[in-house]
Design a protein around this ligand. Structure first.
Ligand SMILES: [Fe+2]
Length: 178
């Protein structure tokens, strides 16, 4: 160290001039890769959002001998869905893209369809089992795209959702075979 060089005069940033001036610093994915990952996430987001509202619908409107079990179960599931939806949307923002954010966009983009409110409890459960199968296909697609682009963050996030949904599928299938 030269006599004039004090520690506080050392470089204040690890970035060279070019990187320090280039704002914002991007994540490491190309525009095409980013588009593919966030498109897969948006497809999942739209379907998950319709499914979430169906859970609330069924929580409010379920009737009959199964009321207490299903009313409670649907609340647990929509609480979980709400957290997962938030994570998916924020993951899209992490990539600098815009998540689908309006109900109109969700209804247009989603494969999962809304139903009315006057369903039997058995039909509500059948609807949800069908939703899980659709959601799982979109989740598998996200994982496939994420793995192909070495996007471990997205991969790990969605794999947790897959385990949760498969468990719901088991539980409601068992409920149906009582
Ligand atoms: Fe409630």
């Amino acid at each position: 160290m030269k006599a004039t060089e004090h520690p506080e005069q050392a470089a204040q940033t690890q970035l060279d001039n070019r990187l320090a001036k280039a704002k914002p610093v991007k994540l490491g994915w190309s525009p095409e890769e980013t588009e593919e990952i966030t498109q897969a996430l948006n497809d999942l987001l739209a379907n998950y959002s319709i499914h979430y509202q169906k859970l609330r619908n069924y929580h409010w409107n379920v009737k009959g001998a199964d009321f207490f079990d299903l009313h409670e179960q649907f609340e647990q599931q929509y609480t979980e869905a709400l957290r997962n939806i938030d994570d998916v949307a924020e993951r899209i923002r992490i990539f600098g893209k815009t998540p689908l954010s309006t109900l109109k966009e969700y209804l247009e983009a989603a494969e999962i369809k809304e139903t009315g409110s006057q369903l039997s409890s058995e039909l509500m459960v059948r609807e949800l089992l069908s939703d899980y199968r659709i959601l799982l296909q979109y989740m598998f697609n996200v994982v496939e795209v994420a793995v192909r682009h070495s996007d471990s963050g997205t991969e790990e996030m969605v794999k947790v959702f897959i385990n949760q949904l498969e468990k719901h599928h088991w539980m409601l299938s068992s409920f149906m075979s009582k």
